[in-house]
Design a protein around this ligand. Sequence first.
Ligand code: HEM
Length: 538
Amino acid sequence: MLNGYGMKHFQALIDCDRDHGPLMRVISSCAASCRSVPHYRSGGSTAALIENLVDKLSSRLPGVTISRDIAEICLDEGLNPPLSGYVGRLFLYVGLTCSTRHIPGPWYTRFTHLRLKRAVYGPIVRLSPYEVGVSDLSAFKEIHRIGTKYLKSTWYQRLANFPKAGHDPRRKLLSGSFSRTYLVNNWESIVREKALLCVSKIKKDAMRNTADVYNWWMLLASDVSAHLAFGESFGMLETGQANQFIRVLKKLTMGAGIMVEMPLLRLLRFVPIPAVQEMFNANNYILKGAGRAVQMARSRSGENNIFAKVIEDCEKEGDGHIDDMDVRIEAMNVIIAGTDTTGVTLTYLTWAVLQRLELQAALEAESAGLKDNFTENDLINLLLLNAVIEEIHRLHGVAPSSLPRVVPPGGSTLGGKFVPEGTTVSTQAYTFHRDPSIWSDPLTFNPSRWIGTKESPAEASSADAKTAFHPFGVGARSCVGIQLAPMELRYAVAFFFRECKGVQLARSTTPESMAFENFFLIAPKSHRCEITFDDAEE
Ligand code: HEM
């Protein structure tokens, strides 16, 4: 039975000053009599049960307003101890006392973060007792603006080793190594060389039979990230296979993705099956392997990695401190954050374009117009190529899920609703990138919305579209790879449409195989995307 603090809240909720004991006895007996109806015991409709309970409670508690939400809360009360009594009490306590209970949302989000069904509750909606979803554009701006007080939630640390709040000096140091100028001067030739090698491998496979671009684009992205992080190539594009380090790192990331959403599955780490152990316990192996990044960064001889500059800047400016463990962790982060993101983006881009013959021909013609030794500076001037990349980020953005932030002390009013301090507020690119008040025909893949003329500016250049579009996150805590990723994408797309003219989707690549799964980052469900030059495949 509920008592104490939780009970007071419950009484306030139903606006009832009756004593705790008699009140709970009424609730328990009504709930028990409803549950005992044979129709319910045989799995009948819960809606009918709730209606029944509303009627019963209303007649036994005259003058007290009993809503369906209240009846649902009461339903479990009085169930037999020990288990349901304990769980019921816990749930009731959380549901009745949570600080977000005044915010609209499905009733069960007062108790749990499980997303059970979709519903429309407006732009500020309760997702769980401690989390609120935000799809209001001005609230989004407020949460993510430069200098924001809304810090990344601890969810990120559970997902990967993304740095904690208050890591600004380190982030500042990393930014130097990932700035466009530094990348163009030091890493462009490596990105170019790897993109060309990757496309030549795709072409070879597609000419022989089929090429799985998902596999090749992922290898390209991990090879680039690993080369930057370690200062030496892992040679995965050469062998066509991810090496042991990357395989384990991926399993580790998958394990983290599962555990962050379903913490109880942490128990799986004790299951004595090697594959499961690898998924949940590989931290040590990975951190040890990442020691190579430290060695290369500190050696100051041979090929540099990205951290050599970070360490140098750190010593030069005396600004922040980066130790060996930081380098290991950042090296892992660069590989984790830089692989699936770029690989999946290229996969969906290939898929989207190859379904549209006219667009494919236009991209082939644009890329063919480049001089042989084209550079990043030539690529940024290609209108169609860049429009296609932006449109893929909009419609098939690889990170469409919640970017959770924590409401600062004092709480704040977002979209007209007060949200208490400490609440997690989540904004999603998925919603903003499909908002019909910003994008015309938002579910259609239409690169031309990014291309304007003097007379008619591009749809994507409107103020709202500029605010809403954020494939790399937004503000001070956005993606570190925001300059590197576009460089990789542009080179890969340009080489692909120059070298693979007339290539087609293979029969195995279908809307079903490309439907996406979403574990923070999306990926095609089939984890494949095959293309071919073979007409017989048609
Ligand atoms: C198409 C490619 C990519 C997309 C769409 C993308 C998107 C994102 C997004 C949405 C975030 C989260 C931002 C937030 O929570 O506000 C993020 C964070 C991050 N990304 Fe990327 N990313 C891409 C490629 C890369 C690459 C190539 C790297 C390699 C350096 C990288 C490194 C990172 C890191 C280190 C973070 C964490 C930043 C922090 O917490 O301060 N990303 N990325």
